[in-house]
Design a protein around this ligand. Structure first.
Ligand code: AMP
Length: 426
């Protein structure tokens, strides 16, 4: 017996049907905003990933050499591959480009509930603009898609890594320190600020910033105050970052679009270096340790890959975690029964009539043909065990439909197989 590789899952039919039903809703939401689906290879040149996906992800890469000694890696996320596709194929096309994907990704991580080595991301990239309205639309799309899926208990946190970076610069911190601090903030491990060799005063100021969490007006007021206090103390004059106004604008527009429940959180910075402005994360309260179900924001990845600056924004749902959260909230999408009917030939001699009947029934519902010559009794037992709601028993002249739950039966002439479902709720 072989077992599946660590950190992977086998997805059985019941779960698969739920996933496909959810996927359909996600696709409809993305497409309703004009996004079009793309597919990229499962593996890319390692370099694309190692240079663009950020250290944290690179540590967990499935990388290998092919027979021609090309260095390749299984994709750990889909932003970098999608931007590569854009830079290769679409850069001369009208902007902005709205692209989406629902694909599997691979990371060599320690598996636990909600964290796998193979997992799925459903995400969008809006490439060629990162205006406040573009950011607001992207946030609203993530928010409204989760609502459409029926997810109830989630929290949207919006921050701005551009403001945080400038704030850290204002504290006269060097670039590599800023990188380390952003990493600590992203991991929400503020305790580690003591380990990277920064002064106590700076540490306190960073914690003060990371703790700004609340409603728009209050949060903007606090960050403005904090910045101007530091600027005043340093240069004796008022200081305010030019990023604050557009950020405020993004938040106001998101509210206008319908994002009616969120917090501003300057502790949200996202791990990757290429995020530049507004960033956001969504957490499910129904999940435990791995509760982040979505991450996104504005970034300037096209410049890194395509040598041309094109501001962009996007997000990715952790699809498996979204499904887990929905399941914990008791949400079910699919009540379709497959198969709906089992067609049973009463005897060998009527097999051709059963085949004909099954073909007619299949035009209306899913239907399985009894293939193994079971007796009627055994075939009915099988239908019961499989929870197939109806059986259709085909004989020389007559065709009988039986409700397996109630035992109720009605019959038709065998030539009228298509009528057998009349009046039956499906
Ligand atoms: P990231 O690309 O790291 O920002 O991840 C985007 C989303 O993918 C996260 O918010 C998670 O929901 C999901 N995700 C990331 N890593 C895993 C994993 N190992 N297993 C399951 N979901 C993951």
């Amino acid at each position: 017996m072989f077992s599946k590789p660590k950190g992977t899952r086998d997805i059985l039919p019941d779960e698969m049907e739920e996933r496909r039903a959810a996927e359909k809703i996600i696709r409809e939401c993305f497409e309703s905003f004009g996004y079009r689906e793309v597919q990229t290879p499962i593996f890319e040149h390692s370099e694309l990933i190692t240079e663009k996906s950020g250290e944290d992800i690179v540590e967990h890469l499935y990388a290998f050499e092919d027979k021609s000694r090309r260095r390749l890696a299984l994709r750990p996320e889909l932003s970098a591959p999608t931007i590569r596709l854009y830079a290769n194929e679409l850069i001369t096309k009208p902007k902005p480009a709205r692209l989406y994907y629902i694909e599997n990704c691979f990371r060599y991580e320690n598996p636990q509930s909600g964290r796998y080595r193979e997992f799925w991301q459903a995400g969008i990239e809006l490439i060629g603009t990162a205006s406040p309205l573009a950011e607001a639309e992207v946030i609203y799309l993530a928010f409204s898609t989760l609502k459409k899926l029926g997810l109830k208990n989630f929290e949207l946190s919006i921050g701005n890594v551009g403001i945080v970076r400038n704030y850290l610069k204002l504290l006269s911190l060097a670039d590599e320190k800023i990188k380390a601090i952003l990493h600590i903030l992203d991991k929400k491990e503020l305790g580690k600020l003591g380990t990277i060799g920064i002064e106590q005063g700076a540490k306190e100021k960073i914690i003060e910033l990371a703790n700004i969490k609340g409603k728009r007006e209050e949060a903007i007021k606090k960050i403005t105050q904090l910045i101007s206090n530091i600027a005043k103390a340093k240069a004796g004059k008022n200081g305010i970052f030019e990023e604050i106004r557009p950020f405020e604008e993004t938040l106001k527009l998101a509210e206008m679009l319908g994002v009616d429940d969120y917090v501003v959180d300057f502790g949200v910075v996202r791990g990757l270096d290429y995020y530049s402005g507004t960033v956001f994360e969504i957490y499910s309260r129904a999940l435990d340790a791995q509760k982040q179900i979505c991450g996104g924001g504005s970034y300037s990845l096209v410049k890194l890959i395509g040598n041309r600056d094109e501001p962009s924004c996007g997000f990715a749902f952790g699809f498996d975690r979204v499904m887990l959260a929905l399941e914990r909230e008791g949400k079910r999408f699919n009540n379709k029964k497959i198969p709906f009917i089992l067609v049973i030939p009463r005897k060998k001699e009527v097999l051709h009539k059963a085949i004909e009947a099954a073909a007619k029934i299949r035009k209306q519902v899913s239907c399985e043909l009894e293939l193994s010559g079971k007796t009627l009794e055994k075939a009915l037992k099988y239908a019961n065990a499989r929870k197939i709601p109806y059986t259709v028993i085909v004989d020389e002249k007559e065709i009988v439909i039986r409700n397996m739950a109630t035992g109720e039966q009605k019959s038709k002439d065998v030539s009228k197989a298509e009528e057998v479902l009349d009046g039956i709720e499906r």
